[in-house]
Design a protein. Structure first.
Length: 247
């Protein structure tokens, strides 16, 4: 049974670890080409940064070394190198960050498909990785116990793209809507064809026909668009335009 003294010691240790990680995370963010060469296989936490102009309605804490950059997301990993290189820079199915970015970047028209979950089509996985290389920067801190440290950092910093562990008053509606847009972009093949949106070649795009996220001076509108296919199937007066079947 853990005693109050032991619990207090654990909390203090976690706090010290978070303080050390915070100093490293708020160091100079580096480009991803540089980061992938420096990441090790040990555990730790990491922070994703971008210029304030990338998501102007989602302000995060500024970087003290480069005030033009804002913190977007904090995560943890048992292997920093594996998590960033194999998941965040490659597979939407294994990266919450990639799924959120795809939902936010409506203008990019990322297309999705259904495997056992919603994933980006192969060509758009490549496109999103290229976008991340062009717009994002990374910092990280090694630590053998990243779970507790990540939780404290998220509570303290309120990174705008984080949802889990964020106090309700700091949740960003745009991010919640973007995650919903992505998660509803595709579904199992057995879903009713009449209710499915138009499908772009190679996959379904995060564009009209699914939930979309639109920014307007900080206001987020989540719109459910009526599928054009249904409208086109009906003639004047709303009657079905399809010919009747032969007896």
């Amino acid at each position: 049974m853990t005693t109050p003294v032991e619990r207090s010691s654990d909390v203090q240790t976690a706090h010290v670890g978070a303080q050390q990680a915070l100093r490293l995370l708020f160091g100079v963010p580096v480009g991803l080409d540089v980061a992938v060469k420096g990441l090790r296989r040990g555990g730790g936490v990491y922070g994703w940064w971008a210029a304030a102009s990338v998501f102007p309605d989602l302000p995060g804490p500024p970087n003290p070394q480069d005030s033009s950059l804002r913190l977007l997301y904090v995560g943890r990993a048992t292997s920093l190198r594996g998590r960033v290189m194999r998941n965040h820079l490659r597979r939407s199915g294994q990266s919450t960050l990639r799924r959120t970015l795809a939902g936010l970047l409506v203008s990019e028209g990322y297309r999705t498909a259904w495997t056992n979950r919603v994933v980006l089509v192969a060509q758009d996985e490549v496109r999103l990785t290229a976008w991340m290389h062009a717009h994002l920067r990374l910092t990280w801190a090694e630590d053998p116990e990243p779970v507790t440290i990540e939780a404290e950092l998220v509570r303290r910093l309120h990174p705008p793209l984080n949802v889990h562990g964020v106090d309700p008053e700091h949740l960003q509606a745009a991010v919640v809507a973007a995650k919903h847009a992505y998660n509803t972009a595709s579904g199992p093949a057995e879903s009713s064809p009449a209710s499915e949106p138009e499908v772009a070649p190679g996959g379904r795009a995060l564009t009209p026909g699914v939930c979309c996220v639109r920014y307007s001076t900080g206001v987020v509108a989540v719109m459910s668009v009526v599928v054009e296919r249904i409208a086109r199937s009906r003639g004047p007066g709303g009657a079905s335009a399809r010919p009747a079947k032969s007896p």
